[in-house]
Design a binder for this molecule. Structure first.
Ligand code: IMP
Length: 196
């Protein structure tokens, strides 16, 4: 069965995964509109800097947010990625953070914007911010598509936030459960008993 690209953008969820979806919490068009706003804020805040803004995506969940943000910016920017251990296949944070892939870029004197999919306990970001600050960048700020404030275990300076979500496990738009659901264009919750 084929579908038009408009249908895919608005509704498309792979058939095998659709039956596990409880609710569309944030549809794709709201994500796009919020990213328009956030990109405009970033453009304004970083206008006229000496060096190009470095967007650092935290793999793998932030990939869609980073690429959609980068495409909206009108200031010059570069991109790089880090990967660290977090959830594996379970849904509770171990609190242990390990860098699996480091930056390829020297950040001394650079403005760095860490791009995350979701801040949950905050333990991952807390570690990453401290780690990046030790490299003497000009600045380190955080943009996260989602935040679950009720779960926070450490206070964090998250400068740009897309949406607050309740304390439910969410997937889609880059976020996964056991590597599934990343390609769903919306932020959705899963039915109880589907693993999360
Ligand atoms: P934190 O260290 O507890 O803040 O966890 C951050 C990471 O856990 C995120 O970057 C996600 O990879 C993952 N995570 C936390 N909550 C969710 C969720 O509801 N769905 C999918 N991944 C999540």
């Amino acid at each position: 069965m084929s579908s038009t690209s408009a249908e895919r953008d608005d509704l498309w969820i792979p058939e095998q995964l659709r039956e596990n979806v409880e609710e569309i919490l944030i549809p794709a068009d709201r994500i796009a509109a919020r990213l328009d706003e956030l990109a405009a804020e970033v453009d304004r805040d970083y206008a006229g800097r000496d060096t190009d803004l470095l967007l650092v995506g935290v793999l793998r969940g932030a990939v869609f947010t980073l690429s959609d943000l980068a495409r909206r910016l009108t200031i010059p920017s570069a991109i790089d990625f880090m990967a660290c251990s977090s959830y594996g296949s379970s849904t509770t944070s171990s609190g242990v953070v390990r860098i699996l892939k480091d930056l390829d870029t020297e950040i001394e004197g650079r403005d760095v914007l860490l791009v995350e999919d979701i801040v949950d306990t905050g333990l991952t970001l807390d570690y990453l911010i401290k780690n990046l600050r030790s490299r003497n960048p000009a600045s380190v700020e955080v943009l996260s598509l989602l935040t679950k404030p009720s779960r926070r275990e450490v206070e964090l300076p998250v400068r740009y936030i897309g949406f607050e979500v309740p304390d439910v496990f969410v997937v889609g738009y880059g976020l996964d459960y056991a590597e599934r659901y990343r390609g769903i264009p919306h932020i959705v919750s899963l039915k109880p008993g589907t693993g999360a």
